[in-house]
Design a protein around this ligand. Structure first.
Ligand code: XBP
Ligand code: MG
Length: 252
């Protein structure tokens, strides 16, 4: 194994539990504002998460869940408008501090930096969502912690395509053997493994039952010294929380 140089983090569901109480709520606000009687319940949203990307998810909803909806002539423009409004509502939720980081995330980011590891992000979500999440949870200076923030439409295909991870590694100038990825979903691990990355999974309410059989380790969150994680799959080598030492062990 080449020397471990970098951690590449997914955002939604990994750094923060954003989907159910963040993105979903913002989508519904946008629909209400547009005078649409669409309402994405927690359960329906779980089905819609099969498709990554907010714009793509609206289209999937229109194509697969709506019966008597007459799409406007400019459907792309209509969806883009709804998504812009959704992003505005989502940023408001972040700025209001409604979306905290998941357990262990802040500690692991700081430990990795102290250990001289490079940090990067590879996410499907809109770039502004990443900036606001970092600013609202770790402070503006934390944006500089990440050598690369690869997000949204910078790549042609979204997860489970590996494009965003290839993009991140190309900008890091590192190979997959020198990096580890952190993900939360089946689409995510298909993308990271598709890019040749060893991957650690932290599940959430929507992804707990998904297929992670290729993962290095699957836990319910990153854990803290006083808040041990639950190991769902793999060998945590007696560890109780994700730290740099354990991760080095896992990839060795
Ligand atoms: C998960 C996604 C995103 C979000 C919504 O991203 O699929 O599309 O659900 O964000 P990640 P946008 O790769 O971080 O898990 O509406 O900005 O697309
Ligand atoms: Mg995710």
């Amino acid at each position: 194994m080449s020397e471990l140089k970098a951690f590449i983090f997914d955002v939604d569901g990994t750094l923060a539990d954003t989907e159910r109480d963040g993105h979903r709520v913002a989508f519904n606000e946008a629909f209400r504002e547009a005078g649409l009687d669409w309402d994405w319940s927690v359960e329906l949203y779980g089905k819609l998460l099969a498709v990554t990307g907010g714009k793509e998810r609206i289209r999937y909803f229109i194509d697969s869940f709506l019966q008597d909806f007459t799409p406007p002539e400019d459907l792309d423009g209509f969806i883009a408008g709804l998504h812009q409004s959704k992003t505005r509502h989502y940023l408001d939720l972040l700025q209001a501090g409604k979306i905290p980081l998941r357990p262990g995330v802040e500690r692991l980011l700081k430990e990795a930096r102290d250990a001289g590891l490079t940090l990067a992000i590879a996410t499907t979500t809109t770039p502004a969502n990443v900036v606001y999440l970092l600013e609202s949870t770790l402070g503006r200076e934390s944006i500089e912690w990440f050598a690369v923030i690869a997000a949204g439409d910078v790549v042609p295909a979204k997860k489970p395509s590996p494009d965003i991870f290839h993009y991140a590694m190309a900008h890091l100038g590192l190979s997959a053997a020198q990096c580890v990825a952190f993900e939360d979903s089946e689409n995510g691990i298909q993308a990271s493994m598709g890019a040749g990355l060893k991957t650690i999974i932290t599940v959430n309410g929507y992804t707990r039952d998904q297929d992670f059989n290729e993962a290095l380790l699957v836990v319910d969150h990153m854990g803290e010294p006083d808040m041990p994680f639950e190991v769902l799959q793999g060998d945590a080598k007696g560890g109780t929380h994700l730290d740099v030492e354990l991760i080095r062990h896992l990839v060795a």
